[in-house]
Ligand binder design. Structure first.
Ligand SMILES: NC(=O)c1ccc[n+]([C@@H]2O[C@H](COP(=O)([O-])OP(=O)(O)OC[C@H]3O[C@@H](n4cnc5c(N)ncnc54)[C@H](OP(=O)(O)O)[C@@H]3O)[C@@H](O)[C@H]2O)c1
Length: 334
């Protein structure tokens, strides 16, 4: 199988780079200055053992690659970019007949729980991945994946219908490429569990750090609201202990000099990316809370704070946790 990585930033670059390094066919899809850097100088992938320069084939969009029946599309853009990417790829013809949406598996290697639903509207075969892959992409052409001995844990399963041979084959390739890749019939349960952990990302992003009493209080509040909402909605989720056990002793961050370890939401503000994923993380809890009549003031206030920081071009740390706490009192969630 050949892997087409749509969005070759922190997660996509790590997956595509590792697949290529292990001899498996991979094509990176990137845009702007990142595309140009990858095309001109290759992917610089920093891992615990050093920096690899990988000559991975790169394209700037679907019109630059002839899709084949053995292709697997891996979606690794932030959720707010998913619809545009899915629309661009789903209608592309595949050699031998049909379109990508009809014939090719689409794998969502993303946080949140919305991407699979968006994908299934456009692709017949959709796979979800619970992505435990701390990584960063702050400069064009460069990706850092600091964990070892496994680069990450990628729990994969078919969306809506358990596991199948395609999931097992993809998992096998990911294992060859240095990932822990268990196949799960209940991948969304893992993804909802991961979502609860990701609710803290916005605190670190907006305040610059999630440490300190006020920030820790916010983290506890968003997680408690998240669990209450999932319980009220009857949605199963993996516990924090299960997620910790999955990666324990095998996906361990190694300090890499000069490379800060921050969430992808922090990276969006630090890069001035102009958009942020919070509407699909804390915003998922707001949405479910509204559907089920559960108040979610902390998640709603942080969702607004993330939007404001993005709109105003603020860098991480320009708003304090105390200021955010004050904003929660004024937020409405139902
Ligand atoms: N980073 C982590 O540690 C981590 C860990 C676990 C899960 N995740 C999740 O993984 C997903 C990806 O996050 P990330 O951190 O890898 O984000 P990222 O570093 O921003 O990478 C996403 C890349 O996709 C590009 N892109 C967007 N739309 C595109 C399109 N239509 N065609 C080609 N490229 C496109 C972006 O380009 P622009 O920069 O031009 O927008 C960016 O280079 C998110 O759901 C995130 O929550 C991240």
């Amino acid at each position: 199988m050949r892997y087409i990585i749509i969005g070759s930033g922190a997660v996509g670059g790590s997956i595509g780079g590792r697949l290529h390094e292990s001899g498996l066919p991979a094509v990176l899809v990137a845009r702007g200055a990142h595309y140009e850097a990858l095309r001109d100088n290759g992917l610089r992938l920093t891992v615990p053992t050093g920096t690899l320069t990988l000559d991975v084939p790169v394209v700037s969009g679907p019109e630059d690659v002839e899709l084949r029946a053995d292709d697997v599309l891996v979606l690794a853009v932030k959720t707010q970019d998913s619809v545009a990417a899915l629309d661009a790829w789903a209608a592309r013809p595949v050699v031998g007949g049909g379109t990508a949406g009809e014939r090719l598996p689409l794998v969502c290697a993303q946080n949140g729980v919305e991407n699979e639903r968006l994908a299934l509207r456009r692709f017949r075969e959709v796979y979800g991945v619970c992505v435990i892959l701390p990584s960063s992409h702050l400069n064009p052409g460069e990706v850092v994946a600091p964990c070892g001995p496994h680069t990450g844990a990628l729990v994969i399963g078919r969306y809506g219908a358990g596991s199948d041979d395609t999931a097992r084959r993809i998992a096998g390739d990911l294992e060859k490429a240095g990932f822990l890749a268990p196949v799960a019939a209940d991948v969304m349960r893992w993804k909802y569990g991961k979502l609860l952990g990701n609710l803290a990302n916005v605190v670190e992003a907006v305040c610059g750090s999630a440490s300190g009493d006020a920030a820790q209080d916010l983290v506890a509040r968003v997680k408690a609201e998240g669990a209450a909402v999932l319980d009220a909605a009857g949605i199963a989720y993996a516990s924090g202990a299960e997620l910790t056990e999955l990666r324990s002793g095998t996906v361990d961050p190694q300090p890499i000099p000069g490379v800060p370890a921050h969430s992808s939401t922090w990276q969006s503000l630090a890069r001035g990316a102009g958009s942020i994923e919070t509407d699909y993380l804390n915003g998922e809890i707001t949405l479910l809370g509204r559907e089920h009549g559960i108040p979610t003031p902390a998640n709603t206030a942080l969702q607004h704070a993330a939007r404001e920081s993005t709109r105003l071009g603020r860098k991480p740390g320009e708003v304090t946790a105390e200021e955010l706490s004050g904003g929660i009192a004024g937020a409405t969630s139902t």
